[in-house]
Design a protein around this ligand. Structure first.
Ligand code: ZN
Length: 256
């Protein structure tokens, strides 16, 4: 796995331990970062105030003024961020205001960052795609809101899926498969694999397929393809650590 071209890298730099996607780093007008275990991992059980302070500190460290974040509820609601702080219950954010960051958080759940540009300029998006959110098509909902905001075409989208529970480890029950097939259609079949009597769900493939269905170019939707359960030394895992698991933040914003 490590011999393949990496779509992201972890950096131990003056800003602390952060990871960045190669594809999004190519845009000098954007800021983005993931927080693997280390300097910026969000501890469990933070108060709302502490959470806002941590999110703002991360955003300010990256040159933004602050960050909006969500009370995540495993659905497909998208909120447009116009100010920093906790914006409500939803699982995706979009933003076109320079200087304002948006943050989603997860331990095992795929976090998706995206950017697009169109008639109204640049916009960024972020989604928390748990299995429920994936089945509810949260990545599709985020991209549609993103394209609506910037009045852009899907071909302008660059998107990336962060390290999260992979098809190697993400075991699920039959009832989840049935719900997924009801929601995703027969094409959902390809996201499940049976091995040794157990069933595994490929959240990466399911979310990538949603983004391609919106019209994104395959070469512009990258997958980190590192599993938080296999690489628990680097990434928080709810399934491995339970309540002690911190949360990885995924931040994106447009430079002021
Ligand atoms: Zn794994």
């Amino acid at each position: 796995m490590d011999n393949k071209t990496r779509t992201y890298e972890i950096f131990d730099g003056p800003d602390g331990r952060l990871a960045r996607f190669a594809s999004l780093s190519a845009y000098p007008n954007l800021v983005h970062a993931l927080t693997p275990k280390g300097t910026w991992l969000l501890p469990p059980d933070l108060s709302v105030l502490e959470h806002s302070e941590r999110c703002d500190a991360l955003a300010q460290n990256q040159g933004l003024s602050g960050a909006a974040w969500l009370s995540q509820v495993h659905g497909n609601r998208v909120i447009q961020a116009r100010e920093a702080g906790l914006l409500g219950e939803a699982d995706a954010l979009v933003c076109d205001e320079p200087g304002l960051g948006i943050i989603v958080r997860g331990a095992d759940c795929p976090l998706i960052l995206a950017t697009a540009h169109g008639a109204k300029g640049w916009a960024v998006g972020a989604a928390h795609a748990s299995w429920r959110g994936t089945v509810a098509r949260v990545s599709e909902a985020m991209l549609e809101a993103l394209l609506d905001l910037c009045q852009g075409e899907a071909a302008s989208v660059t998107a990336a899926i962060a390290p999260s529970a992979g098809p190697c480890c993400y075991e699920v029950g039959e009832e989840l498969r049935e719900q997924a097939l009801d929601a995703l259609g027969s094409s959902g079949e390809s996201f499940f694999e049976r091995r040794d009597g157990s069933l595994y769900f490929d959240l990466w493939a399911a979310n990538r397929a949603q983004m391609l269905a919106v019209g994104c170019r395959p070469e512009k939707v990258s997958v980190a393809a590192h599993c938080s359960m296999c690489r628990n030394e680097d990434f928080p895992s709810w399934r491995k650590e339970g309540k002690a698991a911190g949360r990885m933040a995924a931040l994106i914003g447009i430079h002021a």
